[in-house]
Design a binder for this molecule. Sequence first.
Ligand code: BDP
Length: 723
Amino acid sequence: MITATRSIITWIASTWLIFICFTARAENGYDLWLRYKPVTEPALLTSYRQHASEIFLNGNSPAITVAKEELSMGLKGLLTIDPSFVNSFQKNGALIIGTPASSSMIASAGLQKKLQQAGQEGYIISTIRINGKTCTIIAANSDHGVLYGVFGYLRLLQTRQPVISLNIISAPRIQLRMLNHWDNLNGSIERGYAGKSLWNWNQLPDTIDPRYKDYARANASIGINGTVLTNVNANILALTHPYLEKVAALANVFRPYGIKVYLTAKFSAPVELGKLRTADPLNDTVQQWWKDKIKEIYELVPDFGGFLIKANSEGQPGPQNYGRTHADGANMFADALAPYHGIVIWRAFVYSNEVPDDRHKQAYNEFVPLDGKFKSNVMVQVKNGAIDFQPREPFHPLFGAMPKTPLMMEFQVTQEYLGHSTNLVYLAPLFKECLESDTYCNGKGSTVAKVLDGSIHPYAITGMAGVANTGNDTDWCGHPFAQANWYALGRLCWNYSLSAEQIADEWLRMTYSNDVTFIKPAKKMMMASREIAVSYMTPVGLHHIMGANAHYGPGPWTSRMQRADWTAVYYHKADSAGVGFDRTIKGSNAIGQYFPGARKQWESASAGDEKYLLWFHHVPWTFRMKDGLTLWNELCKKYYAGADSVKWMQQTWNSLKAKVDPERFEQVKKLLQVQHDEAVWWRNSCLLYFQSFSKMAIPSKYEQPDGTLEYYMKLKSPPPSKD
Ligand code: BDP
């Protein structure tokens, strides 16, 4: 009898186990950092459960409705409880959520001062006593603030923070926190490496992919409040009525999450779409055409954000086609959008092959004279560096140089120049390096971040954007670790003071595990990854030496293209005398566009910051570096160290096998192997190429390249690895 019972129990247990194994969802990355897996630490679980014993959350606005939904989902997952929403709380440990308008308890809790600091979108999370009971308050001034607060609270649980005595005030430092999608209407994505566009234009507006909502959740969880749906190389079709209806359908999904939609506008639309003879921004009929178009948009999307415009850049039409300035062009849109409180984001990414000046200088030269000429609802969006999203660039000299024009940051989250979706490169260190750079525009301490948030020049609007790395791949970003870059962008838009390390820590905990023996090494790998990529791609200030067109792999030999400023030789200027772009006063004097304090760090080749040596100087191959090596030997050292460090990343990852789910472990493992092959490809190609000028040997202590330069010049992908 006992044996029979035992075998029945064994049978039930094993069937149950099989059931669990089959029903447990494979870790495919879809859930991003919103995984809400059960808390397994007993003491924390008890405490979390106690502190969420009842939930008091009034209201039924769209934002509150999704906040409730998220909270339920989060608590069900994390605490394995069915959260109890109540109308009046009874128990110790209640969660009281809302605004002073929606909750009299919040209104009378003496939180005015803190709420003032939280502003329109921020939130507070505070432990207080009400009616003799300990409660956690999540309060905000707006329903969207409440939603952000809910995500903030869930993050505390996801990252295993204590919740017994909270006193958090969190307010965004930047008003417009945006993603720019370079998505085409045919589903392709310019510089996208994670599948097709998320927007299924063919099926919209009738079919609403559930993924749109998950996209909105992910963005709201990190504070993103704007999304530009279309490519900066714009298609006029997007402005036609059927497409605007599709845009409206997306806007309806995003609205509860506090996300406004924006579109790109092609400057020539009045001609191409409106059949006018001109698109001259000073022409009355053209102005009226845009006013009518904008009216049509607002009828469909009442909270439409505005336009992002690439004009007179890389062949795109613009006001200069009609002898007008960028300000004339931007102001035309600004006037038409103003009645609806829409804004124009005008890109400063302009350079022309016909202008016989260093590309580095051109945006500054064009835009600085226009400072003060833009209408108040225009922002000028500036890439982090003056060339183009390179693995390392000095900050753009426009930051700090336009006191009367709100400048918006444009980072690139998609890894156009950083190994697409095969390289693990955590970008928060790159973003932070730029944000913390000192422009000296108003004396020491005038960082790029302070320019952006309007604390140096009183900008009426502030903004930061990232070119998205999302696509319809199941895991959204192509590489499991690329999700961290989307996450980091949002977190830094919200609070640029967070450290790259803090963000990595949060992301790893939420995306993988709270096991510190996993987090520590994984974080170390993430933190080192950007510098490692710089070392095997573009060390010591080299830049723009990637393969032509696709911008994948090495291509320092690229010399014949449609435009000289798209080649690699334009930038590295290698010859028998040395290498590097002389941007000092003896050369192009791009350095002269920086304020003296900033300039100082780069002015001297021998005393300056070596990270930018070849960005600003052309120096001999025998130039002495601070570590005593010749420049040539330093390049060898960096390229070899870069490639070797990818090996170290592989070892680190392999050591974490037992701590990661098998799906994502294998995927990252394979990708790291590809990354290593690519790093060796970069190293050998670049060193063999530069050696053809330096005529110096690669020190014998290094494993020598296994092919000739000619062999490497023909490759389109990394040669198969030997190990
Ligand atoms: C470059 C990209 C190109 C973009 C352009 C831009 O290679 O595809 O259209 O920037 O930002 O980085 O407009």
